[in-house]
Design a protein around this ligand. Structure first.
Ligand SMILES: Cc1cc2nc3c(=O)[nH]c(=O)nc-3n(C[C@H](O)[C@H](O)[C@H](O)COP(=O)(O)O)c2cc1C
Length: 199
């Protein structure tokens, strides 16, 4: 089986999904490794309805096997009150089996987020998303300043991970710098996974 980088995202309005697609392009630029896009179901404080078994749009839901067998993980969530969205946290809270079995130990990981305000918590979300991945024994990677878009961006983009400012008339539209940094993150993680022996 061809090795793959799992790009696991939650997106309510589509901006984080747009980022996931650009990150997938970056992964595939590395060659010899695939991008596997997966999402997680929404959660609700009421139990009157459940999500369909297959999502109506975007990627399919992540399975235990998708997580266990990945060669690297790139985790994405919209920022909600300066932190990841509950559906992603809920998914992570259900990964005890992977933790007990050490499925993710020594695999590379990275994170990405989208916000509607420039200083509304991109970096706090990125940093807090890293914490459970560190518990899983993953090797956290960011974006180095050799990526020139990190210094020129007027919207999203952080050394801690890819980010997007979803504002204005086209909140889903990524800037050129954001696209460049999403792709750079995907490519970098894929290359690291290959160097670590993904085959
Ligand atoms: C409950 C809630 C909390 C949010 N909190 C923040 C926030 O703390 N900072 C911010 O800039 N944007 C915040 N937003 C805006 C989202 O992060 C932003 O619209 C994001 O791009 C949505 O991503 P999506 O299109 O992938 O769902 C919040 C949105 C919701 C619904």
């Amino acid at each position: 089986m061809t090795p793959y980088i799992l790009i696991l995202y939650y997106s309510r309005f589509g901006a984080t999904f747009e980022m996931a697609k650009q990150i997938a392009r970056g992964v595939e630029q590395a060659g010899a490794i695939e991008a596997r896009l997966r999402t997680v179901p929404a959660v609700s404080p009421v139990t009157e309805a459940s999500e369909p078994a297959i999502p109506t749009e975007g990627a399919i839901y992540c399975s235990e096997s998708d997580l266990k067998n990945c060669s690297g993980l790139i985790l994405g969530s919209p920022t909600r009150f300066g932190n990841m969205a509950a559906p992603m946290k809920y998914f992570l809270d259900g990964t005890s089996n992977a933790w007990v079995n050490g499925d993710l130990i020594n695999k590379p990981a990275a994170v990405f987020t989208s916000t509607s305000t420039l200083h509304g918590g991109q970096e706090s979300t990125l940093l807090s998303m890293m914490l459970p991945l560190i518990h899983h024994g993953m090797l956290i990677t960011g974006i180095p300043f050799s990526e020139s878009a990190l210094s020129t961006t007027k919207t999203g983009g952080s050394p801690y991970g890819a980010s997007h400012l979803a504002s204005g008339d086209s909140p889903h539209k990524l800037s050129d710098d954001e696209i460049s940094l999403c792709q750079a993150l995907g490519k970098r993680l894929a290359k690291i996974a290959l160097k670590l022996g993904a085959e």
